[in-house]
Design a protein around this ligand. Structure first.
Ligand SMILES: [Zn+2]
Length: 228
């Protein structure tokens, strides 16, 4: 069972040990942003926090973010990850509601803007909580290593996505991450972008590493890094 920690009046983080997900409440509805790795009961869990209607919105389709999908009848996410990550096969009773770059979901006096940021996965999105000035960035901006190897990744698109997040820094003060430290200041997206540019230009060194049976290049630049 994930540990529920209240961040402020209408925002909670749910910590399941490996990954973090979030519940945001508006005047009319609530949204669960992701559902962790071991929370197949995510809907029931969210109901213990809010009595408003609850929708599920996924930052991306990696297995550690989607365990509660089957407890909802619909899921909001980018179509690319829904298809590439086989969500329809894994959860045949849950249907897709597509979200795209620029869409705004309003929870009732709490608008959330979708920002498409392909890289970590092709269908990764960030969610800008406009009034609260917080960016939920999934696994695309975090302390520690960001996975960019394997299927359904798009490292060739990642720099443009980071540039997009940097261009939006006047609209958010904090980034809430899914792994490692939960609260990062907005300039952390600049730090990740600078680090990624060093990797792309060949200025960063790497070590060979074995990750879940994959041979990867592990780049570490201060407190951020990448697995390629
Ligand atoms: Zn993750």
């Amino acid at each position: 069972m994930a540990e529920i920690i209240q961040i402020n009046k209408n925002t909670w983080r749910l910590e399941d040990g490996f990954v973090r997900f979030f519940l945001l409440e508006g005047k009319e509805k609530s949204v669960l942003i992701d559902s962790g790795v071991g929370s197949s009961d995510a809907f029931e869990l969210a109901q213990t926090i809010t009595d408003k209607e609850i929708i599920l919105l996924n930052t991306h389709g990696d297995v550690d973010h989607i365990s509660g999908t089957g407890s909802f009848s619909t899921i909001y996410m980018h179509e690319s990850d829904y298809n590439n990550c086989g969500i329809g096969h894994k959860y045949p009773k849950t249907s897709l509601i597509k979200v795209e770059d620029g869409d705004v979901l309003d929870l009732g006096n709490r608008p959330l803007r979708i920002v498409h940021i392909p890289g970590h996965t092709i269908g990764s999105i960030a969610i800008l909580d406009i009034n609260e000035r917080v960016l939920y960035a999934g696994d695309s901006v975090q302390k520690g290593h960001i996975f960019l190897f394997g299927n359904h990744r798009a490292p060739e698109l990642y720099l443009d996505s980071l540039s997009k997040l940097v261009s939006l820094t006047s609209e958010y003060d904090y980034i809430y991450a899914s792994h490692d430290e939960y609260k990062l200041s907005n300039d952390y997206s600049i730090k990740v972008k600078n680090a990624w540019e060093k990797v792309l230009s060949g200025q960063a060194i790497y070590e060979d590493a074995d990750l879940f049976g994959n041979k990867v290049k592990s780049y570490t630049l201060e407190d951020c890094g990448f697995y390629l």
